[in-house]
Unconditional design. Structure first.
Length: 305
């Protein structure tokens, strides 16, 4: 939990796919468990000392029920807005028993299918509690199937759409929440957290950048000026182009990372262009040169009039 366990948070491994495509491996830089325990006021307790990442629902010692969820965060700052990825997968390593209670003392138990949901609000691992847990988005949620073993690894969990949405809007890149789909005793699913004693068992995010553009290339892009923004649907916003830009194109990308419009730009174009939101919501406007290298970006927000 926290920065004290951030063991080399970013590792770039080349040639790990059959096509020789690079894979970026990122270990979490913070996580936390949050819990509600009937009659114990634990909904205001911070569990940053836990070394596991999991979720449970079990009977309470004093009646009622105990529920726990977990939050985890990965630093995606090496993928600024405008970065496209081909794939993102999550590796979670089985933990087994983590404490007391009908679920926590056993390990994986019951109908324990879970959700992974994108966290969209900032949180601190040493202060977050059940009562202050951050908001999440269900849009790109991923289901984890029920376990078949008390201790079980879940490898190559496909979360590409979720991670691409985080890259598209860094303000929404606040991590991943794990919870059981039905919070009703007794069920639980448990993995090693980022404070687990064996570093090789800590949660790991694997990202394949799009095409042959390496991660350092993305660090050279700049944020472009777009106004007005937000803009009403079917209205237009003016995008200022860099003074030294000559030719290339503009891509408008939806929250899943899909390019939905390509606008050619040549050296006869003025130093600005008008763009129009294709629908409600947030869209990336990406400027590329004629070789396809990303040079700049802006986040276009479409609103109702």
């Amino acid at each position: 939990m926290g920065s004290r366990t951030a063991l080399c948070s970013l590792i770039l491994v080349s040639g790990t796919t059959s096509s020789g495509q690079a894979v970026v491996q990122i270990y979490s830089d913070k996580d936390a468990v949050i819990g509600y325990h009937y009659s114990l006021n634990s909904e205001n307790t911070n569990y940053n000392s836990a070394d596991w990442y999991g979720a449970l629902s079990q009977p309470g010692n004093l009646g009622g029920e105990n529920n726990s969820r977990s939050l985890i965060h990965f630093d995606l700052s090496d993928f600024p807005p405008g970065s496209l990825i081909d794939e993102a997968t999550l590796d979670l390593f089985g933990r087994g028993a983590v404490g007391l209670g009908d679920a926590a003392s056993v390990g994986n138990i019951g109908a324990n299918a879970c959700y992974l949901e994108q966290i969209t609000e900032f949180w601190e691992d040493n202060t977050v509690t059940w009562n202050t847990q951050p908001s999440v988005s269900p849009v790109n949620a991923v289901s984890l199937v029920q376990s078949t073993q008390l201790i079980q690894d879940y490898m190559n969990i496909e979360i590409t759409a979720m991670v691409q949405a985080m890259i598209n809007d860094p303000s929404q890149a606040q991590g991943i929440l794990l919870r059981v789909q039905i919070e009703d005793p007794t069920r639980g699913l448990f993995f090693c957290g980022n404070a687990y004693a064996n570093p090789a068992k800590r949660p790991r995010l694997n990202i394949k950048p799009h095409g042959h553009v390496s991660v350092p290339t993305y660090s050279r892009i700049t944020e472009l000026h777009l106004a007005p923004n937000p803009v009403a649907l079917y209205d237009r916003s003016r995008l200022e182009l860099p003074e030294d830009f000559r030719a290339g194109w503009i891509s408008i990308v939806d929250p899943t990372g899909r390019s939905i419009q390509e606008i050619p730009v040549d050296d006869r174009s003025p130093q600005w262009l008008t763009v129009q939101p294709p629908a409600l919501g947030r869209f990336l406007v990406i400027l590329k040169d004629r070789n396809g290298v990303v040079l700049g970006y802006a986040v276009l927000v479409g609103l109702l009039e």
